[in-house]
Design a protein around this ligand. Structure first.
Ligand SMILES: Cc1cc2nc3c(=O)[nH]c(=O)nc-3n(C[C@H](O)[C@H](O)[C@H](O)COP(=O)(O)OP(=O)(O)OC[C@H]3O[C@@H](n4cnc5c(N)ncnc54)[C@H](O)[C@@H]3O)c2cc1C
Length: 295
């Protein structure tokens, strides 16, 4: 039996950005952007589910984000996750990768009892690929990045293939270990319609608090108890639940500030016709190298 914790992120749908992307304080205006499940994290979840099917164990998905991030946690339940955690607090807002990996590592420590931590290699918004390795460091566990395949899991170690420049490496590592995965190593399974029916009403504490704000006849304790009973409560961890130092969280705990984000559209300014001769090709290559376009 091997237990996995999968770090998943809700990201702005960068292919459909419109309106004001950034707030004046340099953080992303997430409320204004269509949000999607970071694809590589779905692949990471699929890999964790395959290990569970092969060796037994439990799959837990966690995300640090605003209350609406519980949308992707419901998706994790539809795919087969056993348990999900929303790590959410206004004080986590504006976090850079240092502050994000700190909070995630503390949440993973609190959840505990894991053999694998899975993450996507990269999130499509920050694109830093830093959170996985930083989280492994804070958990003081080894990491295998750019994972292409999990070849074998036995007693307390894993053998995996990872991508390197110009090829791959087969590595062996003792458990627990953190793996970051590449986007096309396995196809994420579709949502099971049975699980969609079972979990479509799953809600976090923040979702339930919103219900009580909209309806004064509802009491939060009753709602929490009812959803817990029905197995539909998305566990929520706040800064106080994790007993974290506020100076290490959110914008306060972030030495990196995003100065500006703008969409860059690469458009050709002119066209050059090149004769299909060796000499003409040679001249073109020389020109491209002179222009530092490659080489
Ligand atoms: C345009 C832009 C540029 C940025 N540049 C920087 C920068 O240079 N340095 C910096 O420190 N921050 C930067 N940030 C902030 C950064 O996006 C956030 O800190 C973010 O939470 C994590 O970084 P990332 O998106 O690069 O994730 P990555 O490090 O690319 O994510 C890798 C994996 O970590 C896991 N993961 C990441 N975030 C979460 C989460 N919130 N919950 C659960 N799992 C998660 C996922 O599995 C993900 O696939 C930038 C943000 C934007 C929008």
């Amino acid at each position: 039996m091997y237990n996995s914790i999968v770090m998943v992120k809700q990201v702005p749908d960068t292919a459909n950005i419109s309106g004001k992307v950034m707030k004046d304080d340099g953080t992303v205006n997430r409320a204004k952007l269509p949000a999607i499940f970071n694809h590589e994290d779905k692949v990471a979840l699929e890999l964790a589910l395959q290990i569970k099917e092969k060796y037994g164990g439990k799959v837990t998905a966690i995300t640090m984000g605003p209350p609406r991030a519980s949308e992707i946690l419901r998706d994790c339940l539809y795919m087969g996750a056993d348990e999900v955690y929303l790590i959410s607090d206004r004080k986590f807002a504006g976090a850079d990768t240092l502050a994000t990996s700190f909070v995630l590592s503390e949440a993973i420590k609190k959840i505990g009892d894991y053999h694998f931590v899975f993450a996507g290699r990269q999130a499509i918004d920050g694109d830093t690929a830093q959170v996985g390795p930083q989280t492994a460091e804070k958990l003081k566990i080894p990491q295998i990045t750019y994972t292409e395949e999990i070849k074998e899991v036995n007693t307390q170690k894993v053998i995996a293939r990872k991508k390197i420049d110009g090829g791959y490496e087969v590595v062996e590592c003792k458990l627990p270990v953190l793996l970051t995965v590449l986007k096309d190593i396995v196809e994420p399974r579709p949502f099971s319609s049975k699980r969609v029916m079972a979990f479509k009403n799953a809600k976090s504490l923040m979702d339930l608090e919103k219900l009580t704000e909209e309806n004064s006849l509802l009491y939060i304790d009753d709602l929490v108890h009812e959803y817990e009973e029905r197995g539909l409560l998305i566990k929520t961890l706040t800064m106080d639940d994790l007993e974290l130092d506020p100076k290490r969280c959110g914008i306060k705990g972030s030495p990196t500030k995003v100065y500006k984000v703008e969409s860059v559209v690469l458009a050709g300014s002119s066209q050059t016709k090149v004769e299909p001769t060796k000499a003409a090709m040679g001249e073109l290559v020389d020109q491209l190298m002179t222009d530092h376009i490659f080489g």
